[in-house]
Design a protein around this ligand. Structure first.
Ligand code: KIV
Ligand code: ZN
Length: 513
């Protein structure tokens, strides 16, 4: 059996199904590029048949990613599979991932199909897919709650038709490690042609065991692919977290005896990018990527680590991409130094004019903030004027007064296309007043689902504030992010950024639900 563990990232598909985590095509592309830098083996870029927007996003990713296999999900029918194949046409390496539910509950209540119908549909869909591509993955949805005898028949049939990867989802996060590991082993032992496919695990985190279950599927079950997402992003309690699985296999190579292709130094940048893009904040005590994951607060621990790091550290922060809050650039830094730092951070801007736009933002920030950290640069290149997001609404200036015992008041100037607007309003606080001022002019009627503020660099109030605003309108949910040393300004930027996304009608928004 191979001693390589394939890392299949589904942040852009299963992760994105998380309510509120929908991403624009450009955002997905940016994350896909980071996943390629991270050297994941397979990027599940989306579900091409689910919407025209998702089709375009999968296609755009397939056209640019060269090192990782690009995959699209498809239901087990000819139309979905054809759409997936079409979106993947430009890919250097492509995979079609098709699925159909096999548990009694799903077949009877959701699909309203008999066992024999499901078996036949699975078989035909793999036959159809194999005419279009060689690399075909099959998932029996709700596989872990399926009758093992029936499941074995389905899996044998799809392998006979040419499925090259068999993925066993614990769709509702019901499994426990030992039983899930045994389940995978049992299937592999009973399906006569099981050695013709790579076996894969796909675990949801409803009981907080997605990582443990996936690792048991690998160790006890013999699976050689893990499906996971950055920061464990995903519906409900999320999916198996990529960073935890990868670092468990790396750190405990003595136990697992497996290699992964991942460049672990890209883990923290990937985590930050996904968190910033979706507005899903990483909890401080999250393994590997949480802000406290490598912080030693107790005196005994600090003393031990100073004497010998391995007294209390099983991984090194720098190995997973944490850099100390280094002052990297300042007011006097030139364009070349800035460009070089972008390269060191693995940030590729598409053209010289993008670099110029980012540099102008950097100079503007450096005028107001003495020390510029890596985190500031990462936030700055996410700005819409640097990326290719459509920018209809743009903040020009903001002025607000607040004093103890008085109702805050804000005046905001902004542009909509070529027209300039001035608006003012009171509010419960300066942020509320500023956003109400904008809304008083635009009257978008968008409902705010989330407002959150984060310090970009920890440990000082000199940090920039990063604000995420999630808006819902007309069945679409979008996230806007804004960064500025002044959190009221950051809030107005985030609000306008979300409105820009709502405004760009041709922009994709994921099917939610
Ligand atoms: O959880 C699940 O069952 C899935 C499948 C579509 C693979 O995401
Ligand atoms: Zn899933």
């Amino acid at each position: 059996m191979s001693d390589k563990l394939i890392i299949f990232d589904t942040t852009l598909r299963d992760g994105e199904q998380s309510p509120g985590a929908s991403m624009t095509k450009d955002e997905k592309l940016r994350i896909a590029r980071q996943l390629e830098r991270l050297r994941v083996d397979v990027i599940e870029a989306g579900f091409a048949a689910s919407s025209n927007g998702d089709f375009e996003a999968v296609k755009a990713i397939a056209d640019v990613i060269k090192e990782s296999t690009v995959c699209s999900l498809a239901r087990a029918n000819d139309r979905d599979i054809s759409r997936a194949a079409e979106a993947l046409r430009g890919a250097s390496r492509a995979r079609i991932h098709t699925f159909i539910a096999t548990s009694e509950l799903h077949m009877e209540k959701k699909l309203r199909m008999t066992r024999e119908q499901v078996l036949e549909q699975a078989r035909l869909s793999i036959r159809f897919a194999r005419n279009l591509r060689d690399d075909i993955e099959f998932s029996p949805e709700d596989g872990y709650r399926s009758d093992p005898d029936f499941l074995c028949r389905v899996l044998e049939a799809v392998i006979t038709e040419g499925a090259t990867t068999i993925n066993i989802p614990d769709t509702v996060g019901y499994a426990v490690p030992e039983l899930y590991g045994q389940f995978i082993r049992h299937l592999r032992e009973r399906v006569p042609n099981s050695d013709k496919a790579v076996w894969s695990v796909h675990c949801h985190n409803d009981l907080g065991m997605a990582v443990a279950n996936s690792l048991a599927g690998v160790k006890l079950g013999g699976a050689r692919q893990v499906e996971c997402t950055i920061n464990g992003l995903g519906e409900r309690a999320g999916n198996c977290s990529l960073e935890e699985v990868v670092m468990a296999v790396r750190t405990r190579r003595d136990h697992f005896g497996l290699d992964v292709n991942i460049d672990a130094t890209q883990i923290v940048p990937a985590s930050r990018l996904v968190s910033q893009t979706t507005g899903f904040i990483v909890q401080p005590n999250k393994a590997v990527v949480g802000a406290n994951a490598f912080a030693h607060a107790s005196g005994i621990h600090q003393d031990g680590v100073l004497k010998a790091r391995d007294t209390y550290e099983i991984m090194r922060a720098e190995d997973v991409g944490w850099s100390a809050n280094k002052i990297v650039l300042g007011k006097l830094s030139g364009r070349n130094a800035f460009k070089q730092r972008l390269q060191e951070l693995g940030i590729e801007l598409e053209s010289e004019s993008d670099i110029n736009a980012a540099f102008a933002r950097f100079k503007d920030l450096a005028d107001r903030k003495s020390d510029i950290f890596d985190e500031d640069i990462i936030a700055l290149v996410g700005d819409e004027s640097v990326t290719h997001e459509q920018e209809t609404y743009r903040l020009l200036s903001l002025e607000q007064q607040s004093a103890t015992g008085e109702r805050p008041h804000a005046r905001v100037a902004f542009t909509v296309g070529d027209s300039e607007f001035h608006a003012e309003s009171d509010g419960n606080g300066p942020v509320d007043a500023s956003l109400k001022a904008i809304e008083s002019k635009l009257q978008t009627g968008a409902e705010m689902l989330l407002y959150s503020v984060n310090a970009i660099t920890s440990g000082s109030t000199e940090s920039q504030g990063e604000v995420t605003v999630r808006l819902q309108h007309g069945g679409r949910v979008v996230n806007g992010v804004g960064a500025d040393p002044d959190i009221v300004v950051a809030s107005a930027k985030a609000y306008l950024s979300a409105l820009n996304k709502l405004h760009s009608k041709n922009e994709r928004v994921a099917a939610q639900g």
